[in-house]
Design a protein around this ligand. Structure first.
Ligand code: UD1
Length: 432
């Protein structure tokens, strides 16, 4: 398994001072559902600005498994992906356990397969490192559109000759659930109203994509989405929007290192809660023509954060913002309300020298921390990002193991941060 070695700041020095320009890549969480949406089309879809991540490759593998021809175009540096669903009718229409186990977003093929091909078979996701993560809302929503749902042998089978429009109120705000049911409704007969939906930018982006394909969706980005079903959707050309979480992660890197980094193409309109927190901590955030410039102050102030569905503070930035809190002069309180077990980075950050106490869904972070490098273990995608951030400002060397977690959501992170002055190397192989 690969590991990352990060040489932090020399003892006694004020900060690593990351400086330069960092282009923000396409959003993983926008790309994944859009890859699935290509299944709804009658012909080829071309996606551009696709991030080169293992989750995106896993989704390509799943699409091939269900019968799509998927081509990653080499002369675009692998950032253009063509998905042709014309072979799916002969495919398995199944997301097997092996796929869903490695990437939960695999369940997002369910809505498109059902709507376009009349059936789908998807492994139940089971336990997930950051909490239980059930898919009951996906299933109830699809049932409201007329799907027959059977649960057997750890798989869910869905069937419907043609879905029919309906009204569905989500009991819980869910990004994947909203996306799955919205995609299914595009090809249903008649009108669908979805209430209490997720308002994340990636839901809006998916609706935009589907409308370009010929769907009739309005209200994405608000709590209610209205959909008029159509008979057919066509393949299109589309560029994936930049990743607000990647931009947020690198913004924290700039802030804690007393750096000055321009995050090129950062989607600032989708980052208000993140930017407000950085500013509360004392970082300077300037919206410029090219993106977002983040300048780290000499002293960081403590702040409080509660994770919430969008437009609230994103749970996918909770681990990274904890490192900012750890560097601040005083006590910060961070409350996680989306996932019940998303503090697995805390013991590892404490091993690096942080003083974080967790009680239920609340973490109290007492700074300022003098991080000191040691060997730590990545446990999930965003947790591993927080360990890299801490390593950047730690004294001495930090070794982050199980780097495959970070490769799911960040393109070769060492290649991104080294040009800004970070000292990071990747070593292939080795123990867990
Ligand atoms: C997506 C994101 C993930 C992010 C999360 C919350 C993708 C590929 N992943 O995940 O990075 O952390 O949104 O912003 O876009 N829930 C239920 N029943 C359901 C579905 C969800 O109870 O049927 C619960 C979950 O357990 C969780 C909460 O709802 O507690 C939010 O989950 P959800 O928004 O569905 O997350 P994902 O779509 O899986």
């Amino acid at each position: 398994m690969d590991k990352l070695e990060i040489i932090g700041k020399p003892p006694g020095m004020p900060g690593t001072g990351l400086v330069g320009t960092l282009p923000i890549r396409g959003a993983k969480n926008a790309a994944l559902p859009i890859q699935c949406a290509a299944l709804l089309a009658s012909d080829l879809t071309r996606l551009r600005h696709v991030p080169k991540l293992t989750d995106v490759s896993t989704m390509n593998r799943l699409l091939r498994e269900v019968g799509c021809a998927v081509e990653v175009i080499a002369d675009t540096d692998g950032r253009t992906v063509e998905i042709d669903p014309r072979g799916v009718a002969q495919g398995s229409l199944e997301a097997p356990y092996e796929m869903v186990k490695t990437m939960r977003a695999s369940v997002t093929v369910m809505g498109p397969l059902l709507a376009r091909y009349g059936r789908a078979r998807v492994s139940l996701p089971g336990g997930c490192a950051i909490g239980a993560r059930p898919i009951d809302q996906h299933l109830k929503g699809l049932q409201a559109l007329g799907a027959k749902v059977t649960l057997e042998h750890g798989y869910v089978d869905l069937e419907a000759k043609r879905l029919t429009g309906g009204r569905f109120l989500f009991d819980k705000v869910t990004v994947g659930g909203t996306q799955n049911v919205m995609m299914a409704a595009t090809l249903a007969k008649g009108h669908t109203t979805l209430e209490n939906v997720a308002r994340e930018p990636e839901v809006e982006e998916l609706a935009l994509f589907l409308n370009k394909m010929g769907a009739q969706i309005s209200g994405a980005g608000t709590p209610t989405i209205e959909i008029d079903g159509v008979d057919e959707l066509r393949g299109i050309d589309h560029a994936i929007l930049p990743d607000r979480i990647e931009a947020g992660t690198f913004a924290v890197a700039a802030a804690i290192s007393r750096g000055d980094v321009l995050l090129e193409h950062a989607p600032v309109d989708h980052m208000h809660a993140i930017i407000d927190t950085l500013v509360a901590a004392g970082a300077e955030c300037r919206v410029e023509a090219g993106g977002l410039r983040v300048i780290g102050p000499e002293r960081l102030r403590p702040f409080d954060v509660v994770t919430r569905p969008h437009p609230g503070f994103p749970t996918d930035m909770q681990a990274q913002i904890m490192v900012l809190a750890a560097m601040a002069d005083g006590a910060s309180v961070i409350r996680e309300t989306i996932f019940e077990n998303r503090f697995m980075h805390v013991p590892e950050l404490n091993r690096l020298g942080a003083n974080i106490v967790v009680n239920g869904n609340t973490a109290v972070v007492r700074g300022p921390t003098k991080f000191s490098g040691t060997t730590v273990m990545a446990t999930d995608l965003r947790a591993s990002a927080s360990l890299v951030l801490a390593g950047l400002v730690a004294e001495g060397t930090t070794e982050v193991r199980r780097v495959y977690h970070i490769d799911r959501g960040y393109e070769a992170i060492e290649a991104r941060l080294c040009p800004l002055g970070a000292q990071m190397s990747r070593y292939h192989g080795g123990g867990a």
